[in-house]
Design a protein around this ligand. Structure first.
Ligand SMILES: [Zn+2]
Length: 112
């Protein structure tokens, strides 16, 4: 969801000077908007861990980039997660050769 732009709450005829005057006349309104802005930032940061990618993986816990999942193959498939940004692998998080993709995703998400 896009963050609303404050300009959208005023009519087209409203000039920046009019907005400025409004805040000068009602400084508490400006403080209120600032508080709301800070609260939106706080809520966004709280929601960050809930942002899973298409594979269902949470962001990399080290750099918050989108990780990738792959199988090294072999008898037991050996699923691992890699972060293309910081080059960290799920092995560093104690996830070593998960036998199914679902297990690997679940193990990554528990630690991410
Ligand atoms: Zn990373």
């Amino acid at each position: 969801m896009e963050r609303p732009n404050i300009k959208n709450f005023f009519s087209e005829n409203t000039t920046p000077q009019m907005v400025n005057n409004l805040f000068l006349e009602q400084p508490e309104l400006y403080n209120y908007i600032q508080a709301l802005d800070n609260y939106i930032d706080y809520l966004s940061s709280q929601l960050e861990p809930l942002k899973k990618n298409a594979e269902g993986l949470l962001p990399c816990p080290f750099c918050k980039s989108e990780p990738q999942i792959a199988s090294l193959g072999g008898d037991k498939e050996n699923w691992i997660v890699l972060c293309p940004n910081c080059q960290r692998a799920s092995v560093e998080m104690g996830i070593n050769g998960a036998e199914t993709k679902e297990d690997c995703i679940a193990m990554w998400n528990e630690r991410a």
